[in-house]
Design a binder for this molecule. Structure first.
Ligand code: HGY
Ligand code: MN
Ligand code: MN
Length: 418
């Protein structure tokens, strides 16, 4: 897979991933917790900046917190650029590779291009998008949504983390002026296409016995916040018959969500986060907040599944003398990657199969503005968003080689492919 290349000047993907292996390690959950604007994510940003600087790339962070590292052509005009990259933030207790693999592979791909004596005839940049997981402020792909104007900057400024800190305050404390976040047409107009390498979050490649695949589509997905309101009270002095316990309603609603999703082939519905308020052992909760992640290849099925979840939750809450609030936090339609770019990649990496993904990515957000593509690298267990996420070293290097082959084929092509 991929052309044979001399040893890259700066090392290997495995070596770069080892460089950052201790950053953001979560002793409590296992894996990594690298929320946006945290010390760990900030340290990863400095690591990227240093690595890109070592390669002579021009690195800066834009108004939306997106990092760009440019390898300019001799004429220096930044237009119609080929962009690759991914994200450095993680879910709580996430794996090492979801995000950083794409960033490390982009750095090594540039090493490989340089070791082959290739100079860009079209600007080439690495982009690192913040808050791809939406783990701190609740909206997935926040950086690419801001860049493309897909989200109201006022809504973003007022997003809060679990401690009640607003995005505006945290961004300002981290050197980003929240007054200027939002659609950035000057940045967007520099871009010609985006190709993101990512660890596969599934076992497709393992089953096909291939190291790298080309992406075809991203499943539509959304997140809703469901709050169940009951009557807070004392665990010892409140008879069972006198309770309006939102935890009971929430438990029934949760099982109902699973049952509703199993009725639709290919649907996925998950509650990975549930928060009783106030959360005391000897306290009947007054409220329970839960967050529902729903996905399906057909957006209309996602909508009807969410509708039935909402209705069922309302009915169950009423039975328990409770009521609910149900609000959308983020919603992304199913995205089919640019066919011409995908076919071009197929020509450049002929052995790579075509696979879809159930995971969201910044490439999905950018797809409505420029041709985008993805490369997936084999994940032997398919497990992701877990400390057990893993990859074989040889596959990491194969991924970077394929990315280098793709980039060398894409540099210097006309802006709009097909
Ligand atoms: O949630 C997702 O699909 C992605 O990992 N952000
Ligand atoms: Mn992820
Ligand atoms: Mn990811």
């Amino acid at each position: 897979m991929g052309n044979s290349a001399m040893k890259p000047a700066f090392g290997t993907v495995t070596g770069l991933m080892q460089d950052i292996a201790r950053i953001g390690a979560d002793k409590h959950r296992g894996g990594y917790s690298r929320p946006v604007f945290s010390g760990a994510e900030t340290e990863l940003r400095s690591w990227f900046s240093e690595q890109a600087g070592r390669r002579g790339l021009d690195v800066y962070t834009d108004v939306n917190g997106i990092m760009w590292a440019w390898w300019d052509t001799s004429i220096g005009i930044r237009r119609d650029a080929v962009v690759t990259g991914s994200h450095l933030d993680s879910v709580p207790g996430g794996g090492a590779y979801d995000g950083p693999l794409g960033v490390a592979s982009a750095l090594i791909a540039i090493d490989i291009l340089k070791s082959r004596g290739i100079r860009p005839r079209r600007p080439l940049a690495i982009a690192v998008f913040p808050e791809e997981e939406g783990s701190r402020f609740g909206v997935a792909c926040l950086g690419s949504r801001l860049l493309t104007g897909a989200i109201d900057p006022n809504k973003v400024r007022n997003l809060k983390d679990v401690d009640g800190n607003t995005y505006a305050d945290v961004a300002a404390a981290n050197g980003q002026d929240p007054r200027f976040i939002g659609a950035d047409l000057s940045a967007l107009n520099q871009l010609g296409l985006f190709i993101e390498l990512h660890i596969e979050q599934g076992r497709g490649l393992f089953d096909l016995d291939q190291p790298v695949a080309i992406g075809s589509s991203i499943l539509g997905h959304g997140r809703w916040k469901l709050s169940v309101y009951g009557q807070g009270n004392h665990a010892g002095t409140t008879l069972m018959s006198d309770r309006h316990d939102p935890m009971i309603a929430a438990a029934k609603i949760l099982v109902g969500i699973r049952d509703a999703a199993t009725k639709y082939r290919d649907a996925r519905a998950t509650v990975g986060r549930l928060q009783p308020i106030p959360g005391g052992t000897n306290v009947i909760a007054s409220r329970v907040d839960m967050w529902v992640d729903v996905r399906h290849p057909k957006d209309e099925i996602t909508a009807s599944l969410v509708e039935s979840i909402h209705l069922n939750a309302r009915l169950i809450a009423a039975e328990e003398g409770c009521n609910i609030a149900f609000d959308v936090e983020s919603l992304s339609p199913t995205v089919h990657f640019n066919t011409s770019l995908r076919e071009q990649l197929k020509g450049l990496i002929p052995a790579a199969p075509i696979l879809n993904t159930g995971a969201g990515h910044d490439a999905g957000v950018l797809a409505s503005h420029i041709p985008t593509a993805m490369l997936f690298v084999r994940n032997p267990t398919g497990i992701s968003h877990s400390p057990e996420e893993q990859i074989e070293d040889a596959d990491s290097e194969a991924g970077a080689l394929c990315l280098a082959d793709a980039l060398s084929g894409l540099i210097g092509r006309a802006r709009h492919i097909g």
